[in-house]
Write a protein that binds this ligand. Structure first.
Ligand SMILES: Cc1cc2nc3c(=O)[nH]c(=O)nc-3n(C[C@H](O)[C@H](O)[C@H](O)COP(=O)(O)OP(=O)(O)OC[C@H]3O[C@@H](n4cnc5c(N)ncnc54)[C@H](O)[C@@H]3O)c2cc1C
Length: 399
């Protein structure tokens, strides 16, 4: 019997990688620094192919029970209500799930963690942090520290780095993470205010231009998420002041009483990618390997698609049925998709909404409306935005 594969990080990507390896008979240890699943404001959209994948573990049913099916999403002008609305019914022949599912990523983590809890061959170690590692031709030796401060070592033939955007593994190896950070800070605000009862024809996913900038409104089962920005010449600290958050929300729907704001989370957006997802016996997946704008909801979804691709190959290499170089096919399949599909598409989405010029906005809205009105063009567009075409392209790469 070989030593288990070690996955560093029990975020959505690490947990899905663990479930899939287990399903192929590979024993796994997952190290997670936090004692519990985190429920900070992060991914809220699951795309159709991800729901298809998670179906293999019965997780989609649980997500559907706790999420909002969103068959349409839109781009609109706030003042006039003009919009381009995309209907995923146009890809109903391409997927079993022709909708975006609006549900928080921590729901997936909770469901996956629960399922893993009952598995003898997956050892989920919450509160265990990777503090150092070395690798040679035979495997990787890891130094781990648990919450009580106890240090111990483990060895593994393969380590999967699913340790997120600030990846300790990536930094320890001194790998280049080429790309850039966008200048703006997004201010994510949640409120229970029912925007859908006050804005005509709103969907659950709305990217909106207005005279003073842009915002988005994303609905989850019991809360709305509003992505706001500092006004031109407004310092971020001022923009974050509760009175200014209130002013920004009042511009969306003016009302007599103040908004009941639940959470405010500012965050910066990065666009970065590794040059190779394999370094010897260490494999990178998810945010540890690539980061992109959340516009379009592709980061977690793309990370899960990485995990899917890697875990197709790793069991064969682990059992000695294939040479370790099979793992290079994982990079060959997924790196171009990160660069040419996910980063590119999310950059386009972000740039579209950051556009300030009224004429350019109008031209773009007309272009999007023309796509939305044409079933064939809609299908093409939705196959890309729903991440199906990226997966098809990646699977077509065979060597
Ligand atoms: C506001 C916002 C909205 C978003 N919306 C979407 C969306 O709608 N759809 C979408 O697809 N994506 C979205 N994303 C992106 C998504 O949240 C990330 O892509 C996703 O969390 C990546 O998952 P991951 O498992 O790779 O990393 P993470 O979720 O960051 O998990 C990494 C885990 O590794 C653990 N860890 C780190 N270091 C160590 C260590 N040394 N030892 C042990 N454990 C360690 C961490 O504690 C963490 O639990 C959004 C992001 C933000 C910020």
């Amino acid at each position: 019997m070989f030593d288990p594969v070690v996955i560093v990080g029990a975020g959505p990507v690490g947990l899905v990688a663990a479930l899939r390896l287990q399903s192929f008979g590979v024993p796994v240890i997952i190290l997670e620094r936090n004692a519990q699943v985190q429920n900070d404001l992060r991914a809220s959209t699951f795309h159709p192919p991800t729901l298809e994948m998670l179906d293999d573990f019965g997780l989609t049913e649980g997500l559907l029970a706790r999420g909002l099916k969103t068959p349409m999403w839109q781009i609109r002008m706030h003042e006039t209500g003009e919009k381009a609305e995309f209907d995923l019914a146009h890809i109903s022949q391409d997927t079993k799930y022709p909708f975006r599912l609006q549900v928080e990523q921590n729901v997936l983590c909770e469901l996956a963690t629960k399922q893993i809890g009952g598995m003898a061959d997956v050892d989920l170690r919450m509160g265990h942090e990777l503090g150092g590692f070395t690798q040679d031709g035979d495997g990787v030796a890891l130094q781990v520290k648990d919450l009580s401060g106890k240090n111990y070592s483990i060895t593994t033939p393969y380590m999967i780095a699913a340790d997120g955007a600030r990846s300790f593994v990536r930094k320890s190896l001194g790998l280049k993470f080429e790309g850039h950070t966008y200048p703006e800070t997004t201010i994510l605000v949640t409120t229970k205010f029912p925007f859908h009862e006050h804005i005509e024809g709103l969907s659950n996913v709305n990217y909106i231009w207005f005279s003073e900038g842009t915002f988005s409104l994303l609905r989850l089962p019991d809360v709305w998420r509003c992505s706001l920005y500092a006004d031109k010449n407004q310092a971020l600290e001022d923009a974050l002041h509760p009175a200014n958050i209130e002013e920004k929300l009042q511009r969306i729907v003016p009302k007599d009483t103040p908004y009941d704001v639940e959470e405010i989370r500012p965050y910066r957006i990065h666009q970065r990618v590794l040059e190779d997802y394999r370094v010897g016996r260490i494999l990178f997946v998810g945010d540890a390997a690539h980061m992109n704008s959340p516009s379009g909801g592709m980061g977690m979804n793309g990370g899960i698609h990485d995990a899917w691709s890697l875990t197709e190959k790793l069991p064969k290499v682990y059992r000695g049925e294939a040479n370790v170089t099979l793992l290079d096919l994982y990079t060959k399949q997924r790196l171009p998709i990160a660069k040419d599909e996910i980063l590119k598409q999310s950059h386009k989405n972000r740039s579209r909404m950051q556009e300030r010029d009224p004429a350019a906005r109008r031209q773009e809205l007309s272009r999007m409306q023309a796509i939305a009105a044409d079933p064939a063009a809609s299908r093409e567009f939705l196959l890309t935005s729903s991440m199906l075409s990226g997966l098809h392209k990646s699977r077509a790469i065979t060597e």
